[in-house]
Design a protein around this ligand. Structure first.
Ligand code: IDC
Length: 373
């Protein structure tokens, strides 16, 4: 989907080159995702990395499950991916299937309209395998409804515990849910949770799921608790050939509260960038806890000012905005026209990075934007 942004730039570095650029959303640019080796790639086979936010538990913070909130996260935070964290127990989908599914669908529809990727998470902490019928019903409904759109990514079990064995409990659970999704949706990514709250990705890599393509493994980290040894496990998993995606990552302690460790968080985001691992931050909520991006009382519809953001929210917004804006420059390139000695030629996909003010060519050389051209 195109937005109204149109600008032109002159590449001083390469003589008389003129490019006209039209903005595109992440999904318009990258389309259907798939897995190649340990990377997620786009419709053209190019590795991609997305950054965004995880919404908080759906039954406790439903105010954020709407299009206005997502639009603000896309336009102000520059998020290109979002996670609907669909509570199962604790008054979630098990007790109120229609009510909770309606929230999931509101978020997916908003993501479709806004050209964002959307992870729908079966937010069972612990006992995802206890009620297979509920889980199958959830994913049958979603995959039947959204089988034709590239935006959706299914997350089958938020966090298995350390007491669940990968080989005999977790992997068989995923292998039971995957065919339910695949009967409707043969292509879109399926994220599979790993042992010990999505930390033992190295174990999954040694015994991966082979019954379907486009399987990605979930990694969670809370930087004030999980440090280098957890990154080493993630590196081992990647080295063993499986792709990872972080559906919850943040600078707080594992409780979601406690210390905010932005030094360790920086180490994590550097690691994720080096390995093209997409991530979402926990969480979009207006709570007093450290991991909540918003201070109590912030609107459910976005429009947040600096005073609405917590210390975590301030840091994470800056990180997502800065890094996704560089990508947005590439995403915005649909057509380029080169003018050389009076001759105009159309060229394809000239890679140009933009921070919204300046544009840069691939070598990092600054290119001047000429407004109005
Ligand atoms: C936490 C919330 C907290 C809530 C708790 C309930 O931040 O307000 O009281 O759930 O269990 C996870 C879970 C995620 C947790 C988060 C922080 O997936 O539900 O949210 N966390 O503890 N895994 C590791 C950390």
């Amino acid at each position: 989907m195109k937005t109204q942004t149109r600008f032109a730039l002159m590449a001083l570095a390469s003589g008389l080159a003129l490019a006209s650029v039209e903005a595109q959303t992440a999904v318009a640019m990258h389309g259907r995702l798939s897995v190649q080796g340990n990377r997620i790639v786009d419709k053209n086979g190019a590795p991609v990395q997305f950054r965004g936010m995880a919404l908080y538990w759906s039954q406790w913070k439903p105010a954020f499950y709407n299009a206005a909130c997502l639009k603000w996260l896309r336009d102000d935070w520059k998020c290109n991916i979002i996670r609907a964290t669909m509570a199962v127990g604790s008054g979630g989908y098990q007790a109120n299937p229609d009510k909770e599914m309606a929230k999931a669908k509101a978020v997916v529809q908003a993501a479709i309209d806004l050209g964002m990727y959307v992870v729908v998470d079966f937010h069972e902490t612990g006992n995802g395998n206890n009620d297979l019928a509920t889980s199958k019903k959830f994913f049958q409904d979603l995959s039947q409804t959204y089988k034709d759109i590239p935006n959706i990514i299914y997350e089958t079990w938020n966090e298995p515990l350390s007491s669940h064995a990968w080989a005999s409990v977790i992997k068989p659970y995923h292998e039971a849910i995957i065919p339910v999704i695949r009967a409707n949706d043969p292509e879109n990514l399926i994220l599979c949770g790993t042992r010990s709250w999505d930390q033992d990705v190295d174990e999954a890599a040694k015994n991966p799921i082979t019954s379907s393509k486009n399987i990605v493994y979930t990694l969670h980290f809370y930087a004030a608790t999980h440090k280098q040894s957890f990154r080493s496990k993630a590196q081992a998993a990647l080295d063993n050939g499986i792709p990872l995606l972080v559906t919850e990552g943040g600078a707080s302690e594992a409780t979601g509260n406690g210390k905010l460790d932005t030094t360790e968080m920086r180490r994590w985001t550097t690691f994720l960038d080096q390995n093209s691992v997409s991530w979402m931050n926990w969480s979009v909520a207006d709570l007093g806890e450290t991991s909540a991006a918003l201070k109590p009382g912030a609107s459910g519809n976005g429009g947040w000012n600096a005073g609405n953001l917590s210390a975590s929210g301030t840091w994470v917004r800056e990180e997502i905005r800065t890094k996704n804006s560089a990508i947005a420059g590439i995403m915005e390139m649909t057509k380029a026209f080169r003018v050389d000695q009076g001759r105009v030629t159309e060229v394809n996909a000239v890679p140009v990075f933009s921070d919204g003010v300046h544009a840069y060519d691939v070598s990092g050389q600054r290119i001047r934007i000429l407004p109005g051209l």
